[in-house]
Design a protein. Structure first.
Length: 450
């Protein structure tokens, strides 16, 4: 049976006090919306519909950048969660199977929880995700009798007795797609907020003789972000889990609290990560690789046995093959380093390919940008690039060649050749001594005059 995801993301998020729509604020280097999309994607949905409103253009762009098959509908006025779900109806009206409603500002729902909800659909027409709240605050309350959910009452509309209930509504709801839209169409706005509450579909379903049930998850999963403080809390919660997971998976983290993972970081067993390492999106570290202190990595791949840092920066497109060594104050961008390449110190390699076992001397720079275009540098295998070589791209250095230290290389170098691109050295014997003797004599003469 196909599954559809409907992600509500139209709200402004006033309390963020931001020009950026709330769901585009980042946790673990990814927009909140992408966290929700990732959780939902674990169910391999056939349709993903994002309901955007405030900042719809930016939200749409971020959604499609993450998943180009997602579709975005715009809810012009935010009249409530039921009204938001109804916006997806035109896109999904002929779709069979179940639909799951998620919130774009609730990043931590686990795929296993969503699977449990789909499984619970075997016994209930409407399945709601609930949690036992330590502080139920203003959450909607789940009114149950035995295994069955009678209705959800919003805090504003709840009696004192109902407010005493601690089983709360996470907002995640699952039902057959066409049933969901039928129920949503029957929701009115005669309540304390004058909004169309999605939560009302439970009572409507029950009145129609349909059953409703609750799947309960950990409160941590339902954490919604409304403020910058909660954003920081969410970051901390994510990192705590990611660090624990990495260590369980056999990764050594010397100082876990100083290491920051991204939503999609993958680190293999027996890799070691030293203190103060930051991962952006799209990083894979293979087993046994070593990331030394103070490195920043994003969009890169580090193979088995490679060492990176301390103080190295790997930018998108950096591909390090096995046993590559990247040392301190080295930046690599869009460059493939074949097996055993050594780039020890103070170097920039951008838009380049470096062949096996080549050694890049300290202070080497690929001059890849002419102010308008980027150009490629091709360096063969077993090359020796002398310290302080400027490689003015496009340029090719043949296998087994070498460049002299301090060279500015503007033309291709054939295999096994030496390229010297610097002024020839001039030596003047005794010059230094005579020069300083003269200056010292001048100084002494001046002293006598005054
Ligand atoms: C909602 C639930 C409440 C639950 C709580 C959990 C309803 C009526 N209430 O309340 O039972 O305990 O979530 O956090 O559903 N949104 C839209 N369009 C709208 C309104 C909302 O897209 O017209 C989006 C928001 O951007 C947000 C989500 O839906 O991502 C939830 O809306 P919000 O207004 O925060 O609902 P709550 O009042 O928190
Ligand atoms: Ca909310």
């Amino acid at each position: 049976m196909p599954t559809s995801l409907i992600i509500l993301a139209a709200g402004q998020g006033t309390r963020m006090n931001s020009d950026l729509p709330k769901v585009l604020h980042h946790v673990a280097s990814a927009p909140l919306l992408v966290h929700a999309m990732t959780a939902g994607a674990a169910l391999s949905p056939d349709h993903t519909v994002i309901v955007a409103g405030h900042g719809a253009e930016a939200v749409s762009k971020a959604a499609l950048a993450h998943d180009e098959t997602a579709r975005v509908v715009v809810q012009e006025a935010q009249l409530g969660t039921a009204h938001a779900v109804a916006q997806a109806a035109p896109l999904l009206k002929d779709v069979s199977g179940d639909a799951i409603v998620l919130y774009g500002d609730t990043p931590f729902i686990r795929p296993e929880t969503l699977e449990a909800m789909l499984a619970a659909r075997a016994t209930h027409a409407v399945v709601v995700l609930g949690f036992e709240a330590r502080d139920p605050g203003r959450y909607g309350r789940l009114v149950t009798s035995g295994d069955s959910l009678d209705r959800i009452v919003e805090f504003k509309d709840a009696s004192l007795e109902e407010r005493a209930i601690t089983l709360c509504n996470s907002g995640v709801i699952c039902a057959d797609t066409s049933t969901l839209f039928d129920l949503v169409a029957a929701v009115g706005n005669d309540n304390a907020s004058g909004e169309y509450y999605l939560t009302d579909i439970v009572e409507i379903a029950r009145k129609r003789g349909l059953s409703a049930g609750v799947v309960i998850c950990d409160e941590a999963e339902t954490m919604g972000i409304n403020t910058r403080a909660q954003l920081a809390e969410a970051e901390a919660a994510f990192q705590t889990r990611a660090r624990a997971e990495a260590m369980e998976n056999g990764v050594t983290l010397t100082d876990p609290d100083s290491i920051f993972f991204a939503l999609d970081t993958v680190v293999g067993r027996d890799a070691t990560i030293a203190p103060h390492v930051i991962f952006g999106l799209g990083v894979t570290i293979e087993s046994g690789a070593e990331i030394r202190a103070f490195c920043h990595l994003e969009g890169c791949h580090v193979s088995r046995g490679a060492t990176v840092g301390p103080f190295a920066r790997l930018r998108p497109g950096a591909e390090l093959a096995e046993d590559v060594h990247v040392g301190n104050f080295v930046e690599i961008k869009n460059a493939i380093l074949d097996e055993g390449v050594k780039v020890g110190h103070l170097t920039y390699l951008g838009d380049a390919h470096v062949g096996q076992h080549t050694n890049i001397g300290a202070g080497t720079i690929t001059c890849n940008y002419d102010g308008v275009f980027k150009h490629h540098t091709e360096i063969g295998a077993n090359v020796f690039i002398g310290s302080d070589t400027m490689l003015v791209a496009p340029v090719t250095i043949g296998a087994g060649a070498m460049t002299a230290s301090g060279s500015v290389i503007t033309a291709d170098v054939p295999a096994e050749a030496l390229a010297l691109g610097r002024a020839p050295q001039v030596v003047k014997p005794g010059f230094a001594r005579k020069f300083f003797d003269r200056l010292k004599a001048q100084k002494a003469a001046k002293g006598k005059l005054s």
